[in-house]
Design a protein around this ligand. Structure first.
Ligand code: HAM
Length: 418
């Protein structure tokens, strides 16, 4: 019988790649924690309407990429294609807007699902780390969020990142601009049918229509940032001034609309080279109308980003990072009689906080030393009959080959303190 394959587009993460995955996720979450963002966890599925109302009916995500199914109670549920909608839903459900102490600053990490055509950097199950700051209009918060994303990618080891920033203004100010854009698109002679269909749902979507010739068509289109309100203009200018002061380089990108409909004012994307078409490693922005889209009676603004763990790893792969050592110590018993002692020594080291391994299956001394080398350990601890008799352990520095004897009673304390 053939072994069933894993689901297409849903990767398995095995060592050593899974270790690098954890390191990237930790770097992102650490950066968020240092800026005062607290961890939250929301479910991987939501009522479908959460995404219909927030991500937006005109987006590729809602149009064709959601994993939607009916449960046994005939409710329509969807595996989360992104995190922001569920986080805002959870905040509203918990009554956060009325609790005071705003903004709340939250971070999250986990699996997300989009039924896309799998290719490098585009999966059906992927991982994001995100931050969402809810309940404040302050542009300083936008600057904090953008800067945290920039720092998070650096902390993960990614240097060559391009930051694009746009101003999508406030929704209530958009009607006039959308009329203009529609008039422009009406005047285009051969608008590709796919682009025409998208813009009927949301004219802004014409900016991310991929049909051939669209880039040239949109090059002449009126630009949203030229038509935003003075307040929205001042808001994003403040954000950019703060980024300037921090020395964060960015490119103003007046055609950046991103793949989700909820954005207002500050909108941004982090791109990395070497990823081809999938060059966005992360993105985000303000979403001041999202809570109301979900049915909340008052304004409850927010700003955040999500960084893709998978794509960051792809971008780092070119940098050829060495994989981290699996353990610090490796216990080698030169005699089968000493297996019990080796096991006890490994257990004591682990208890003292020293990551330790040993060989299994009664392997030869040579095979055990090879396993020690392969583990990446700093030290091999050799236990032979002569050592056992004298109550010592031979500590071999695997990088240099130097070795010395240490009293068995003190070896755990010594390595734990090293
Ligand atoms: P997004 O741009 O749709 O934004 O996704 C953020 C990141 O997730 C992307 O830049 C990419 O690295 C990764 N990603 C998305 N789809 C895939 C895929 N199919 N395969 C691999 N990686 C993928 C959001 O999701 C918003 N919720 C971000 C946000 C938070 N905006 C405000 N707050």
């Amino acid at each position: 019988m053939a072994i069933p394959d894993g689901v297409k587009g849903a990767p398995d993460w095995l060592p050593p790649a899974a270790g690098r995955f954890d390191a990237v996720e930790t770097a992102f979450l650490t950066t968020a924690r240092l800026a005062g963002y607290e961890r939250v966890r929301t479910p991987v599925f939501e009522h479908t309407e959460v995404f219909l109302r927030s991500v937006g009916e005109s987006t590729d995500i809602v149009q064709k990429e959601m994993y939607t199914f009916r449960d046994k109670g005939d409710r329509s549920l969807t595996l989360r294609p992104e995190g922001t909608a569920g986080i805002v839903r959870a905040a509203l459900q918990a009554g956060v807007p009325r609790t005071g102490g705003l903004p709340v600053k939250w971070s999250y990490a986990g699996e997300f699902f989009r039924h896309e055509r799998p290719q490098a950097g585009r999966q059906r199950q992927f991982n994001q780390v995100g931050v969402e700051a809810l309940g404040s209009d302050d542009p300083v918060l936008d600057a904090e969020v953008v800067l945290a994303g920039w720092e998070a990618l650096r902390r993960a080891g990614l240097r060559a990142v391009t930051l694009l920033v746009n101003n999508l203004g406030d929704r209530e100010d958009r009607a006039d601009y959308l009329d203009r854009l529609n008039r422009y698109l009406d005047g285009v002679e051969a608008l590709p049918p796919e682009a025409d269909e998208r813009r009927r749902l949301n004219p802004l979507r014409a900016f991310d229509a991929k049909a051939p010739g669209m880039a040239a068509i949109m090059a002449g289109a009126p630009l949203l940032p030229d038509h935003v309100s003075p307040a929205a203009k001042e808001h994003v200018e403040t954000v950019l001034r703060l980024l300037d002061a921090e020395g964060v380089p960015y490119t103003v990108a007046p055609r950046l609309v991103r793949g989700l409909d909820y954005y207002t004012r500050t909108t941004f994307e982090f791109q990395a080279g070497g990823l081809g078409a999938q060059n966005a490693v992360g993105g985000g922005g303000r979403y001041d109308g999202l809570a109301e889209d979900l049915g909340w009676p008052e304004r409850f603004p927010g700003v955040g980003w999500a960084l893709g763990v998978d794509r960051t790893l792809l971008a780092l792969r070119d940098a050829g990072e060495p994989s981290a050592a699996r353990v610090a110590a490796f216990v080698v018993a030169t005699d089968a009689e000493l297996t019990g002692r080796a096991f006890a020594l490994a257990s004591a080291l682990r208890r003292a906080g020293v990551a330790t391994d040993l060989a299994f299956g009664g392997r030869s001394l040579k095979a055990q030393l090879k396993a020690a080398d392969r583990s990446g350990a700093t030290w091999a601890l050799l236990l032979g009959p002569s050592e056992a008799e004298r109550g010592v352990v031979t500590v071999k520095e695997l990088r240099t080959g130097d070795q010395r004897e240490v009293p068995a009673a003190g070896v755990v304390a010594e390595l734990a303190g090293a």
